[in-house]
Design a binder for this molecule. Structure first.
Ligand code: S3P
Length: 448
């Protein structure tokens, strides 16, 4: 069942669609791959630390591979990334990155490009060019470039510096107090990286709290970082201390677990246990929404692993009610909305999503793509500029659908296929490999 073709959004699709059979249920245990956000950060922070960093459970998927390839191009030794094997990063220190001879290819990964901008902006006298695939070339980058410019950064690109390919001319940066324009952990993390080598302290003020993996991990690596203010929205970095290599243990990605949470919640007879899931409170919005919907989810074996809360999640099928998701909740579940749209199709009542315009600038315009693809399966929904209204308990029918090259859309449509009345045919399923290369094998194994 494993589709193997590499994702290239610029190439016409010729491969036959993947057939996803209707009927059956889901049972068993599944271990989702490592958290994508924590994986990127462990590679990046390890690269600029002194000494080696050992990463256990790093996500062996296309996005972290893009980060590793960029770091290698700048002289960092990163061991081969293979499932189940620890990854070793030999740090080059805060200012040890070499000017690369080639363009840094960020692939499909917004996190790679945005965090790299922050990492590279302060490498005085060095020049870097960052590029990506067709999807990444269309995503907004001035949300990082503008606040970095307040620290003295010099970044140029198409559309007035907004679109890749981007050129970074490394400069010495000064500290600043910066209110970020959007609630985005990528923007915040880029600024925190730049702040490490600025000439004075930098305070980042977020409009709403976002995932705090950078703060937790930078502290563990020895940075002088303070979190303050209402809901931890003020983050101050004082430059000075170098980072020291660490052992990082990456928990399973709750954004990947989300597919199984919804799959089991909506599929009659389903009972799944998802092991070793990261439960950082800045990421658990999906659990709150599923609880609001009446889903049966139990947290088992809650524990702390290397500074991040972790647990196992047992989820069983049961009746669901419609959800209401509004703007303040979005940062805690931003990547889970495509699969929550599928859950809404199976819930009693009309689910309302608003304040979610950010979804339009993800790997695809996820509001438009999910609306288009679920409508093709017979869902009754309306698309709004910043959200969706989805009428529940609609019988979905088998259809030919398309991931439109978006990994989370591919997996969300696979979840929808579980409750469709006839087989679904999914075009471009290989997109799943961006964050969850074993997804199709896990799906085949859990089906019963
Ligand atoms: C990420 C932050 C989120 C998320 C992305 C990963 C991160 O993006 O959608 O998949 O690792 O910081 P934004 O920060 O732009 O919301």
């Amino acid at each position: 069942m494993t589709p193997s073709a590499a994702v290239d959004p610029g190439v016409d699709v010729v491969a036959a669609p993947l057939r996803l059979p209707a009927g059956g249920s889901l049972r068993g245990r599944v271990k989702v791959p490592g958290d994508k956000s924590i994986s990127h950060r462990s590679l990046l922070f390890g690269a600029i630390a002194e000494g080696s960093t050992r990463i256990e459970g790093l996500l062996p998927a296309e996005d972290p591979l893009s980060t590793a390839a960029c770091l290698r191009a700048m002289g960092v030794t990163v061991s081969e990334i293979r499932a189940g094997q620890p990854v070793l990063v030999e740090g080059v220190g805060l200012d040890g990155l070499r000017e690369p001879a080639e363009v840094l290819d960020c692939g499909n990964s917004g996190t790679t490009m945005r965090l790299m901008l922050g990492l590279l902006a302060g490498r005085e006298g060095r020049h870097f060019v960052l590029d990506g695939d067709a999807s990444l070339r269309s995503r907004p980058m001035r949300r990082v470039g503008d606040p970095l410019a307040n620290m003295g950064a010099h970044i140029q690109g198409r559309d007035n510096g907004n679109l890749a390919p981007l050129a970074v001319q490394g400069r010495s940066l000064h500290g600043a107090v910066i209110g970020t324009p959007v609630a985005s952990a990528q923007v915040k993390s880029a600024l925190l990286l730049a702040a490490l080598t600025a000439s004075g302290p930098t305070t980042v003020i977020e409009p709403a709290p976002t995932r705090d993996h950078s703060e937790r991990m930078l502290r563990a690596f020895g940075a002088d970082l303070e979190v303050d203010g209402d809901q931890g929205r003020f983050i101050t970095v004082r430059p000075g201390p170098g980072l020291r290599g660490q052992t990082v243990v990456v928990p399973g990605d709750i954004s990947s677990a989300a597919f199984w949470l919804v799959a089991a919640a909506i599929t009659p007879g389903a009972d799944l246990t998802i092991e070793n899931v990261g439960l950082n409170p800045s990421r658990t919005g999906i659990l709150d929404v599923l609880a609001q919907m009446g889903a049966s989810i139990t947290v088992l074996n809650a524990r702390d692993v290397a500074g991040e809360p972790v647990g196992d999640l047992r989820v069983q099928h049961g009746p669901l009610r419609a959800f209401r998701i509004e703007e303040p909740m979005i940062p805690r579940l931003v990547d889970e909305i495509p699969v929550l749209a599928v859950a809404a199709c199976c819930a009693e009542g009309v689910s309302q999503l608003s304040g979610a315009a950010e979804l339009r600038v993800k790997e695809t315009d996820r509001l438009a793509v999910m609306a288009r693809q679920l409508t093709a399966m017979g869902a009754r929904l309306q698309e709004h500029p910043d959200g969706l209204s989805i009428e529940g308990v609609t019988a979905l029918h088998g259809a030919e659908v398309d991931s439109e090259t978006d990994h989370r859309v591919a997996m969300s449509l696979a979840v929808a296929s579980l409750v469709a009345r006839a087989d679904t045919r999914l075009r471009r399923p290989e997109a799943a490999a961006v964050s969850y290369p074993g997804f199709w094998d896990d799906l085949a194994r859990l089906r019963c």
